[in-house]
Design a protein. Structure first.
Length: 227
């Protein structure tokens, strides 16, 4: 839908609010339409009205959580996503959204918990497999770190991508290195470099090559701490 169509949808929804001010569905629709236009403050305004009227409505909670996140109010976004999660605990997208916010806050153990929940719901999510394996392999101080799990996830990731995605191969190499399986790490990293080079991803190939030098010295790659 084009921007002009979203603007029209907002106008239409506002008219519906005037006509049916006691109908929560019009506030949900208006909040969602405002999200599409990028007017997050107004989306929050009508989203709060929607969840006040129907606190158990999953769409209302998700719209509001997205708006809070886009507006940069991460604590409110987390609180609202958790309410949505409680309404729909088998919703992988909600788990991934929570994990993403926790990563941006540097709360990696909390992120791992929601990624693990998400991967139980849908075991073949490439992005989640990548993040769950990568975080555990490159951040050794995590309380919930499980390298054996990370190996299983990274190997599944590479199988799902047919061993043809350099990012996936790079993640598998970092996991092998974290598990002190350096010969496998070296072999996998070299394959990742070859694939990246064949795809003209020169910068990525150089980054992996730098990690490869660590593995040759029997050193794992550690992610630098957040500033």
């Amino acid at each position: 839908m084009q921007q002009g169509n979203y603007d029209q949808a907002v106008l239409h929804c506002k008219k519906l609010v005037e006509l049916s001010p006691d109908d929560p569905t019009v506030y949900i629709s208006l909040s969602g339409a405002l999200l599409k236009t990028g007017d997050y403050k107004q989306s929050i305004k009508y989203g709060l009205k929607a969840v006040e009227m129907v606190p158990d409505n999953i769409d209302a909670q998700i719209n509001l959580a997205i708006a809070f996140n886009k507006e940069g109010d991460l604590d409110q976004a987390v609180n609202t996503y958790i309410k949505a999660f409680q309404l729909s605990p088998e919703n992988a997208k909600i788990c991934n959204s929570l994990a993403g916010i926790f990563i941006s806050q540097g709360k990696f153990d909390q992120a791992l918990g929601y990624y693990r929940r998400s991967i139980k719901i849908d075991p073949n999510q490439v992005m989640v497999l990548h993040n769950l394996a990568r975080i555990q392999s490159t951040r050794p101080s995590l309380l919930s770190r499980n390298i054996d799990e990370a190996i299983i996830l990274a190997e599944r990731l590479c199988k799902l991508t047919n061993y043809k995605q350099p990012d996936a191969l790079d993640t598998l190499a970092t996991v092998y290195a974290a598990a002190e399986k350096f010969p496998q790490a070296i072999e996998t990293a070299q394959k990742a470099i070859d694939v990246a080079t064949s795809m003209n991803k020169t910068e990525l190939a150089q980054e992996i090559a730098a990690r490869l030098e660590l593995y040759k010295q029997s050193m794992p790659y550690m992610h630098p701490p957040l500033q």
